[in-house]
Design a protein. Structure first.
Lengths: 410, 341
């Protein structure tokens, strides 16, 4: 086998930008992702073994359940490299296992959107110094809000609506509806200008927020003439995958039960958008009026994929030999002489004539030709890095030039 | 936040480790034949092998788990038998597997034959074989040695699991009981009577079963006792029909796979007299350090992040601590940063 060096223009590295679309529909405490219905299997009630609206990483335990079709699970032996499962606490790792013990994990790993309803988001507990009796601010009631404060202020240059404290109010004192989107759904960032949040009441659209200015402001754009149309109902953190909704105006006068554990009916507003998205809001924790509400969230992600394109050339007069044993005629002696001092191969072995004849019982004239089935890529030290296999072997005649385009996502 | 000081990593501060992550893979016979009424079985027009999925394969959720095929060597007594169906394909299939897994031998470069031992000396030759070729999805880097178990029904066609033969590679381990060939390490599959009845190629993820497991079964592939032994199946049945018959007799397959996790560990040492100050804008208030009450207090910083830089000061990676660590001139820290790949 001979090696060919790639020329200056034979290797191209470029970036392909993709925009995967995600759509979530939230109704009656369930989330539906990209309109995928619940699929039950022969062994488990969910084929992917994750609840509706979730992504299953690896999609591994398909229709498996303990019993007749047990689950695949990972395990690792505790060793000096200190590798364990991330779900395990340091204390569990140190005290729960001896070196050599097997630590098991579980599949599937899943992800979905979540909603957090934060009444007066900046609330902190009040702690008391037991010796002096003094009171001081304790742990935040909503730590996620505190975690996002710096980012909100950072994006304040895009819009005043981001800022924790601005002329639009102090978010610490407001009720915030936080929607969290894991990055597996959008990749590098949410594509600005693609976010749409729709509020439905008994199937009728009563409000839609869009980031049509592409600056993170979620502006109510519909339905035409609706209360609050043109107002900013919240902001979206594109890079981090969070949406904070603060719009408190009533989208409808119909009283609904949308707060977990509360008997008080409220009017539809952006504060309650997404009620039921893994936030413990269910019919059981509210009332049957909750079923009148449904929500749709859609956006596009941004995901960059680096690709390497390589052009491998088989020039005329080159790449005309094969090491495949069937390249030579069958039944020829390979070794002419062999002894303790001589090893001589048969130098007059004939190449098999693989030229196709158009007539039965007639052999076409011999021509040098090979069928190329694979292209191998090596590094400068001739280490094999990868093999590109053709779907069908390509005929290469001696007087032909061929180029193979090999594309690799990295 | 701008970094103002860098600490060079000495070669003794960097070490590498390798850890093996395993997965337990149970494949129950009811998936292979039964539950999905063969909607998870894909046959091809070429008829050379059959694919088994873990769910009806028309569903996008389905994963390919393994392929089945059969074959025999051209020197087998079955070769050339009258009425042999797909003989060339069966011989080609045997040769294909043996070429890839065992390679060639002798001055004439003959394709090796599968043997029920670890010697490859042309003894204990397995002329007829059943192949299970597992998907890389479930074998990962390799099948873990000593964990393979294949339970085969050797009862009648009507009640195949009335009698079960379980083959295991219990004699194989990471340190022995295997032979290295072109296709990687292979071990032997023994039945409980300590007779070798198959091979398992760990890196390639291929199980090669001998027909000897089914010796004495006269209704292997149909209810016609006496006329449907496994040898008769190799002659008169297509590869696809033979795969169907084998699936009918697979009760369970299980093994553990292995994935190598390579890690580089960087020991980042923080001396007592360094890193006691922060360039974070919030560190100062009105030009005084926030965490100091009086100017004679020792400086205090809280370490939250470690940046790994190249030799020309390009930021390559960032490691975040789960919680900030207090650093002052009275303590020294060694932070262990692990990079898995």
């Amino acid at each position: 086998m001979s090696f060919r060096k790639f020329g200056q223009n034979d290797v191209i590295v470029n970036t392909m930008r993709t925009h995967p679309k995600s759509e979530f529909f939230i109704y009656d405490g369930k989330v539906y992702y990209n309109d995928k219905p619940n699929q039950s299997g022969a062994f488990s009630s969910q084929v992917l073994n994750v609840p509706p609206g979730h992504i299953s990483l690896y999609e591994y335990n398909i229709d498996r359940a303990a019993g007749n079709n047990p689950l695949i699970y990972p395990f690792v032996t505790k060793g000096s490299s200190n590798i364990g499962f991330r779900t395990m606490t340091t204390t569990e790792y140190v005290t729960g296992f001896e070196y050599g013990d097997i630590m098991t994990g579980s599949y599937p790993f899943s992800a979905s959107i979540t909603r957090e309803y934060m009444v007066q988001a900046g609330t902190r507990s009040v702690d008391v110094n037991s010796s002096t009796g003094e009171t001081f601010a304790g742990a935040p009631t909503y730590p996620h809000f505190y975690a996002l404060k710096n980012r909100l202020n950072f994006y304040g240059t895009l819009s005043e609506h981001y800022k924790v404290s601005s002329s639009y109010g102090d978010k610490s004192l407001q009720t915030i509806n936080l929607l969290s989107v894991p990055s597996i759904f959008f990749g590098d960032k949410i594509d600005p200008g693609t976010v749409s949040l729709k509020w439905y009441l008994t199937g009728t659209l009563i409000g839609e927020l869009k980031d049509e200015k592409r600056n993170g402001e979620l502006i109510q754009t519909g339905p035409y003439g609706s209360t609050g149309s043109g107002s900013v109902g919240g902001v979206v953190l594109y890079n981090e995958g969070f949406m904070l909704l603060t719009g408190s105006w009533a989208l409808s006068d119909v009283p609904l039960h949308l707060v977990s554990g509360s008997a008080t009916a409220v009017s539809a507003s952006w504060r309650y958008f997404g009620a039921g998205a893994l936030d413990n809001v269910t019919t059981g924790s509210t009332s049957t009026t909750y079923r009148s509400a449904s929500f749709n969230m859609s956006f596009k992600g941004t995901n960059d994929i680096q690709t390497v394109t390589m052009f491998a050339h088989a020039r005329r007069g080159e790449v005309n030999y094969s090491n495949n044993p069937t390249f030579l005629q069958y039944g020829q002696t390979q070794v002419e002489n062999t002894s303790s001092i001589v090893y001589e191969e048969n130098s007059s072995r004939q190449i098999y004539n693989s030229v196709s004849s158009s007539y039965a019982g007639y052999d076409a004239d011999f021509e040098r030709q090979v069928y190329i089935s694979r292209v191998a890529i090596y590094d400068e030290n001739k280490n094999l890095l990868g093999i590109a296999t053709l779907s069908d072997p390509v005929l290469k005649k001696e007087d032909e030039d061929l180029s193979f385009k090999i594309k690799l996502d990295i | 936040m701008a970094v103002t000081t860098f600490e060079n990593l000495a070669s003794s501060d960097i070490t590498t480790t390798r850890t093996l992550l395993h997965e337990s893979i149970p494949l129950t016979g009811t998936i292979i034949s039964g539950t999905y009424s063969d909607l998870n079985i894909k046959n091809y027009t070429h008829g050379q092998f059959q694919s088994v999925y873990d769910y009806p394969y028309l569903s996008s959720s389905a994963n390919h788990i393994f392929d089945i095929s059969i074959g025999f060597d051209e020197s087998s007594p079955l070769s050339g038998a009258t009425g042999n169906l797909q003989q060339d394909k069966k011989i080609n299939m045997y040769n294909q597997f043996s070429q890839v897994l065992l390679g060639y031998t002798g001055s004439t470069n003959q394709v090796r034959k599968f043997e029920l031992d670890l010697t490859l000396d042309n003894s204990g030759v397995m002329n007829e074989s059943l192949f299970l070729n597992f998907s890389r999805l479930i074998t990962k880097d390799q099948i873990k040695k000593g964990t393979v178990s294949v339970s085969l029904g050797t009862g009648s066609w009507a009640d195949p699991f009335g009698n079960v033969k379980t083959l295991t590679d219990a004699s194989a381990s990471a340190t022995g009981g295997t032979l290295n060939t072109l296709g990687g390490d292979y071990g032997l599959l023994y039945s409980t009577d300590n007779v070798a009845r198959g091979l398992v190629f760990y890196e390639s993820g291929v199980v090669v079963l001998s027909t000897s497991s089914f010796d004495g079964v006269t209704d292997f592939y149909s209810a016609s006792a006496g006329t449907s032994s496994i040898a008769q199946m190799f002659v008169s049945s297509s590869i696809t029909a033979s795969c169907d018959a084998l699936r009918h007799r697979v009760q369970n397959i299980s093994f553990n796979n292995s994935t190598e996790i390579n890690s580089t560990i960087y020991f980042c040492r923080v001396p007592h007299n360094d890193y006691n100050h922060s360039a974070n804008p919030t560190y100062l208030s009105a030009s005084t350090i926030r965490v100091k009450s009086v100017n004679t207090d020792t400086p205090i910083a809280y370490i939250t992040t470690i940046g790994l830089y190249s030799s020309d000061n390009e930021l390559l990676a960032v490691a975040k601590l789960s919680e900030p660590l207090r650093k002052d001139p009275t303590n020294e820290l060694t932070l262990r940063v692990r990079l898995d790949y």
